[in-house]
Design a protein around this ligand. Structure first.
Ligand SMILES: *[C@@H]1O[C@H](CO)[C@@H](O)[C@H](O)[C@H]1NC(C)=O
Ligand SMILES: *[C@@H]1O[C@H](CO)[C@@H](O)[C@H](O)[C@H]1NC(C)=O
Ligand SMILES: *[C@@H]1O[C@H](CO)[C@@H](O)[C@H](O)[C@H]1NC(C)=O
Ligand SMILES: *[C@@H]1O[C@H](CO)[C@@H](O)[C@H](O)[C@H]1NC(C)=O
Ligand SMILES: *[C@@H]1O[C@H](CO)[C@@H](O)[C@H](O)[C@H]1NC(C)=O
Ligand SMILES: *[C@@H]1O[C@H](CO)[C@@H](O)[C@H](O)[C@H]1NC(C)=O
Ligand SMILES: *[C@@H]1O[C@H](CO)[C@@H](O)[C@H](O)[C@H]1NC(C)=O
Length: 598
C-alpha cells in the first residue's frame, strides 16, 4: 500500500528535476498571468457591483404567498419574479406532510431553565455543599471554606460545572429568541477571570432544525452566596479558545489510538452541524441499476427562467417522484436568470448547492444526480444483451398524468419536454387533476447552509437584538404609473419621519433593500445604528469561509456572490429582526403589485 503511494510521486519528482528551468519559468509566467487576470476581474466586479441593481428581495406577505403557492393552475411568475422563499420560511400548513425530523433534533434537548435546575441538583448531590441555603440568606461577612479560598486566590476554575450554569442562565436571559443546545465544557479565556464557552443554537423563528455554533468569552465573578455570576459577556464568536479546531482533534486521537493498537472505541466526534456534506451520492453498484425505479425529467422550458419558476417546477418533479415512489434524477446545474446576475445575462452552470441545502435534500428525498445516473445507465446497457436492457417508458407530453404512470413497472420513466413553450414547463405535470394527488415537498427545499451561515453571522454580530426594515426601491420606485408614491415614501427624509413612529431611537436597524447606493440611508444614521448587507462584505470576500467552500464546489474557480444570494441573505436577516417594517402597507400605501391591486 505504502509503495504504491510513494512510487508515482517519486517518478514525478524525477521528471520535475529534469525539466526544472523550463517548468519554473512556466510557473512564473502562468502565475503572473493569473494574477493580472485576477486583478482585472476584481476591477470589473467592483465596477459591476457599483452599478448593479439587484432585484427586489422577495419579501411577500403570507396571503400573497399562499395564493401563489396553492395556485397550481396557470401559476404566473410575472407578478414578482424575485420570490425566493424556501421550505424553511413557509409554515407547514395542515395539509402538508409532517416535517420528517431527523434524529438530530431529538438527540439534544434545548437547554432551558428546567434543564439547568436539574444540573444544579446533580452538582449539589455530588459535591459537599459550599453553603447551605440557610447560610446564604445571612451570608454577609460569613467566611466559608472553599468558596472564600477561590475568591481570595482570584482564580476561576472554568471546568467547574457551576461556571457553565452561570453562563447558561445568562444566555437564556439575554437571548430570548435563541434556543441553546450542546454546551461544551468551558475553557480558560485570556485572563484568570475569563472563560470561553461554545454551544450550538437555533433561532426560535427558524423552521428548519439546523443548528449553528457560537463561542463567546465571559468574565465571571464569585458572588457572596458562592455562585458564579457573569459580569461581562463577549461578542459573537469572541471565545476563540473554545472554538474547536476540527483539523487538530481527529489527528491527536488518531495518534493515540495508533499508539495502543486497537485501543478502546474513540468517542465519535459529530461535525454534523459544522461541516456541510453535500457530496454527490453515487448509485452504489451499477449491478442493481435495473432493479431501481427512477423518474427522469429532461431539461424543459423552465431552464433559465426565474428562480421562483425553477423551484415551482423542480418541486413538481420531485413531488411526482414521491407520488410514484421513485428516485428523482436531478440536474445540479442551474441556470441563473439575468435578473439576478450583475452581468444582466442568464448564466448557466451555477451549482444547485450554492443556493439550496443539498445535504438536507438528500436526507429527506430519494434523488440521484443526472450525470451519475446516465453513466450507470449507459454502462448497464453496454454490458447487457438486448433483451436485458433497462426498460424505459418515454413520456412526451405533460398530459400523461402521474396517476396514469402509477402502475408502470419500467425502471425509468423518462418525461421529455420538447413541445413549444409553454407546453414544455415541468410544472404543467402538476396542473389539473394531478394537483389533487401531488404535494410539492416544500419541506425538502431549504436555503444553502453556506448562505445561512452568513445570515447567522450578521445577526450574531448584532447580538440578535435588532429591528429590520425592508425598503423596496429600484425599478418599482422609478415606475410612477404603477407605484405613484413609492419613490417619495422611501426617500431618506420621509423614511426618517416614518421610522420614528415605529422603531425606538438608537436601535440596531438592519435595512434589507435593493437600493444600490450605499449612502442612501445616511440620514437615518443619527437616529439608528444602521446596518446594510454591504457592511458585511468580508463574509463572502476572498478571505471568507463561504469563498473557500464555494470555490471548492466550483472546481477551484471563485464563485460570484450574485443577486439571488444577496436577496436570500437580506431576507433571512430581515426575518430575524425583532420589529419588521415592510415597504408596502407600512411605509407606503401603494400596492405591492401596482395601482389597484390591493
Ligand atoms: C391563465 O391566465 C390567462 C391570462 O394570463 C387567462 O386568460 C386564462 O384564463 C388563465 N387560465 C386559467 C385556467 O386560469
Ligand atoms: C476544576 O473543577 C473540576 C470540576 O469540578 C475539577 O475536576 C478540577 O480538579 C478543578 N481544577 C482545579 C485546578 O481546581
Ligand atoms: C486555566 O487557568 C488556570 C488558572 O488560571 C490554570 O491553573 C489552568 O492550568 C489553566 N488550564 C488550562 C487548560 O490551561
Ligand atoms: C456524506 O454523505 C454521504 C451520503 O450522502 C455519505 O455516504 C458520506 O459518507 C458522507 N461523508 C461524510 C464525510 O460524512
Ligand atoms: C417504495 O419503494 C420501496 C423500494 O423501492 C419499497 O420498499 C416500498 O415498499 C415502496 N412503497 C410504496 C408505498 O410503494
Ligand atoms: C481558506 O483557505 C485558505 C487556503 O486553504 C486558508 O489558508 C484559509 O484559512 C481559509 N479561510 C477560511 C476562513 O477558512
Ligand atoms: C406594519 O403593517 C402591518 C400590517 O398593517 C402591521 O401589522 C404591523 O404592525 C406594522 N409594523 C409596524 C412596525 O408598525
Amino acid at each position: 500500500m505504502k509503495d504504491s503511494h510513494s512510487h508515482p510521486s517519486s517518478s514525478a519528482a524525477a521528471a520535475t528535476t529534469a525539466a526544472e528551468p523550463i517548468a519554473q519559468n512556466m510557473i512564473k509566467l502562468i502565475s503572473n498571468l493569473c494574477f493580472s487576470v485576477f486583478v482585472f476581474s476584481v476591477l470589473i466586479f467592483t465596477v459591476i457591483a457599483i452599478t448593479y441593481q439587484p432585484p427586489d428581495p422577495w419579501l411577500q406577505s403570507a396571503p400573497a404567498l399562499t395564493t401563489l403557492f396553492t395556485q397550481s393552475e396557470n401559476a404566473t411568475f410575472h407578478i414578482d419574479t424575485s420570490i425566493i422563499k424556501t421550505g424553511e420560511d413557509i409554515s407547514p400548513s395542515p395539509q402538508d406532510p409532517p416535517l420528517p425530523f431527523p434524529s438530530q433534533s431529538a438527540a439534544a434537548p434545548a437547554v432551558t431553565e428546567a434543564v439547568i435546575e436539574k444540573a444544579e441538583e446533580r452538582i449539589a448531590n455530588l459535591t459537599p455543599p459550599l453553603a447551605s441555603p440557610a447560610d446564604s440568606d445571612d451570608a454577609v461577612g460569613v467566611v466559608r471554606g472553599p468558596c472564600a479560598d477561590a475568591a481570595a486566590a482570584g482564580t476561576l476554575n472554568c471546568s467547574d460545572p457551576r461556571v457553565l450554569i452561570a453562563v447558561e442562565r445568562f444566555n437564556l436571559r439575554t437571548f430570548k429568541s435563541i434556543a441553546f443546545f450542546d454546551y461544551q465544557t468551558p475553557v480558560n479565556g485570556s485572563t484568570a477571570d475569563e472563560c470561553d464557552v461554545a454551544w450550538r443554537f437555533r433561532n426560535k423563528r427558524e423552521k428548519s432544525w439546523r443548528k449553528y455554533r457560537d463561542f463567546r468569552r465571559f468574565k465571571l465573578q464569585l458572588t457572596d452566596d458562592c455562585k458564579y455570576k457573569v459580569v461581562h459577556a463577549g461578542r459573537w464568536h469572541s471565545g476563540s479558545n473554545a472554538r474547536r479546531n476540527p483539523a487538530l482533534r481527529p489527528r491527536n486521537e488518531g495518534a493515540r489510538s495508533g499508539a495502543n493498537g486497537k485501543g478502546k472505541a474513540l468517542p465519535k466526534i459529530s461535525n454534523r452541524d459544522d461541516e456541510i456534506n453535500d457530496t454527490i451520492p453515487t448509485l452504489g453498484s451499477a449491478i442493481n441499476f435495473r432493479n431501481g425505479k427512477y423518474l427522469y425529467y429532461s431539461r424543459g422550458g423552465d431552464y433559465c427562467k426565474g428562480m421562483n419558476h425553477y423551484m415551482w417546477s423542480f418541486l413538481c418533479g420531485l413531488g411526482e417522484a414521491m407520488f410514484l415512489n421513485r428516485t428523482f434524477v436531478m440536474d445540479l446545474s442551474v441556470c441563473l436568470a439575468a435578473t439576478y446576475n450583475p452581468s444582466h445575462k442568464d448564466e448557466e452552470g451555477k451549482d444547485f448547492r450554492y443556493y439550496f441545502d443539498f445535504e438536507h435534500l438528500k436526507e429527506v428525498a430519494s434523488i440521484v444526480e443526472e450525470g451519475e445516473f446516465v453513466r450507470d445507465w449507459k454502462k448497464w446497457d453496454k454490458t447487457h444483451l438486448k433483451r436485458n436492457k433497462v426498460p424505459v417508458r418515454k413520456v412526451v407530453t405533460h398530459k400523461v398524468t402521474p396517476m396514469q404512470l402509477k402502475k408502470d413497472k419500467s425502471t425509468i420513466i423518462w418525461r421529455q419536454f420538447d413541445a413549444p413553450e409553454p407546453e414544455n414547463y415541468w410544472y404543467r405535470v402538476c396542473e389539473g387533476e394531478a394537483a389533487k394527488y401531488i404535494q410539492r415537498p416544500w419541506h425538502a427545499l431549504w436555503k444553502s447552509k453556506r448562505l445561512m451561515n452568513i445570515v447567522t453571522e450578521i445577526s450574531g454580530r448584532m447580538d440578535w437584538d435588532f429591528d429590520a426594515v425592508h425598503v423596496v426601491r429600484g425599478e418599482k420606485a422609478q415606475n410612477k404609473e404603477l407605484w405613484p408614491h413609492l419613490d417619495y415614501d422611501t426617500s431618506p427624509d420621509v423614511l426618517v419621519e416614518k421610522l420614528k413612529g415605529m422603531i425606538q431611537p438608537q436601535r440596531n436597524l438592519y435595512i434589507a433593500t435593493n437600493e444600490p447606493f450605499y449612502n442612501y440611508f445616511d440620514k437615518l444614521r443619527p437616529n439608528y445604528k444602521v446596518h446594510l448587507l454591504d457592511d458585511y462584505k468580508e463574509l463572502w470576500g476572498t478571505t471568507s469561509e463561504w469563498y473557500n467552500e464555494t470555490t471548492l464546489l466550483n472546481n477551484g474557480k471563485p464563485v460570484e456572490f450574485d443577486g439571488y444570494m444577496r436577496a436570500a441573505v437580506d431576507t433571512e436577516v430581515f426575518y430575524r429582526g425583532k420589529t419588521h417594517v415592510e415597504t408596502f402597507y407600512n411605509l407606503t400605501k401603494d400596492c405591492k403589485d401596482g395601482v389597484n391591486t390591493c
